[in-house]
Write a protein that binds this ligand. Structure first.
Ligand code: NAD
Ligand code: LMR
Length: 327
């Protein structure tokens, strides 16, 4: 057996937390040979702490062989102590009629506090995934609040959008999801995101050639993927939870264990490529190996794509200026 690693999860008693923790403890995120110590953060309020206690009782009742320890706390410095992985989920979700950026000022402070706590106590190699919305800008805030950690280790979740895009494409082309490779979602986890299947293949052949429908791309595919979160809220009365937890597992598993050369989408601080200014937390295609992600470089950007990529960038820059006073 490997040495246990410490996995911090915030918002542990929330909807996503409930769909996430049991899968981490069962080895679906870091492998069936990797014991984990779960370090769970919730708000100090009595109701939140009681709910967290209940979740911990249920985790205990699963008798997971890989669960090597548990900590439940309302103190970020306890939750993040020596953390190897940190999944920052705890934040307010949006309700019907709201955009994710409407949460910006409500949630931003959480990420300054938690970024600082990570900076002070987490492992120097901690891998951070921000799920709480607006995820890209919250990840940017956390990264800026943690100057002694590697900026590249702060990431935002675009994987739900990536997975949503795969399913829409599989339905349209009548192919299996697993056969679609080289999907990309550029930019912000918001309706301005640009799901881009220009490079996608199925069985090695171009998926774009198979679908060949610019009108469907512009007027159905892109808006359906971009507004899927709102459609779920409309249908469920609550924001996505199981699919969000699943995407968080996919993101961390691939980052930790590798993608075998396959492309996945991660929101990462830009290195200046693709015309995206350095530091902007932007969805890009990556491959992962040996615990590191590497951008897929040199993809051509046509006129339609440039406009779409710049639109989502402009929104991220606007969000960033809205929180500049906190940094
Ligand atoms: P939820 O309200 O069910 O749970 C959030 C939990 O976080 C609550 O238990 C709350 O007490 C806790 N919390 C709030 N502030 C906290 C803090 N400072 N420290 C620790 N815990 C805190 O919400 P949810 O459905 O689990 O969603 C959580 C967040 O994830 C929301 O912001 C939602 O919009 C976002 N989300 C993002 C994606 C994505 O793809 N990036 C997908 C789905 C949901
Ligand atoms: C989603 O995409 O489902 C989440 O970001 C929740 C939301 O507010 O849309």
């Amino acid at each position: 057996m490997k040495t246990p690693v410490r996995v911090a999860v915030t918002g542990a008693a929330g909807q996503i937390g409930y769909a996430l923790l049991f899968r981490i403890a069962s080895g679906e995120m870091l492998g069936k040979d990797q014991p984990v110590i779960l370090q769970m953060l919730e708000l100090p309020m009595e109701k939140a702490q009681a709910a967290l206690k209940g979740v911990m009782m249920e985790l205990e009742d699963c008798a997971f062989p890989l669960l090597a320890g548990m900590v439940g706390t309302d103190d970020p410095k306890v939750a993040f102590k020596d953390a190897d992985y940190a999944l920052l989920v705890g934040a307010m979700p949006r309700g019907p009629g709201m955009e994710r950026k409407d949460l910006l000022l409500k949630n931003a402070e959480i990420f300054t506090v938690q970024g600082k706590a990570l900076n002070d106590v987490a492992s120097r190699n901690v891998k951070v995934l921000v799920v709480g919305n607006p995820a890209n800008t919250n990840a940017y805030i956390a990264m800026k609040s943690a100057p002694s950690l590697k900026a590249a280790n702060f990431t935002a979740m675009l994987r739900l959008d990536h997975n949503r895009a795969l399913s829409q494409l599989a339905n349209k082309a009548n192919v299996a999801v697993a056969d679609i490779k080289k999907m990309v979602v550029w930019g912000n986890h918001s309706p301005t995101m640009y799901p881009d299947y220009r490079f996608a293949t199925v069985g090695g052949a171009s998926l774009k050639d198979k679908i060949n429908d610019a009108d469907w791309n512009a007027n159905t595919f892109i808006p359906v993927v971009g507004k899927r979160g709102a459609a779920i809220i409309e249908a469920r009365g609550l924001s996505s939870a199981a699919s969000a937890a699943n995407a968080a597992i996919d993101h961390m598993r691939d980052w930790a264990l590798g993608t075998n050369g396959e492309w996945v989408t991660m929101g990462v601080p830009s290195d200046g490529s693709y015309g995206i200014p350095e530091g902007v937390m932007y969805g890009v295609p990556v491959t992962c190996a040996n615990g590191e992600y590497t951008r897929v470089e040199g993809l051509p950007v046509d006129e339609f794509s440039r406009a779409a990529m710049d639109k989502t960038l402009a929104e991220l820059e606007e969000e960033r200026s809205g929180v500049a006073h906190l940094l």
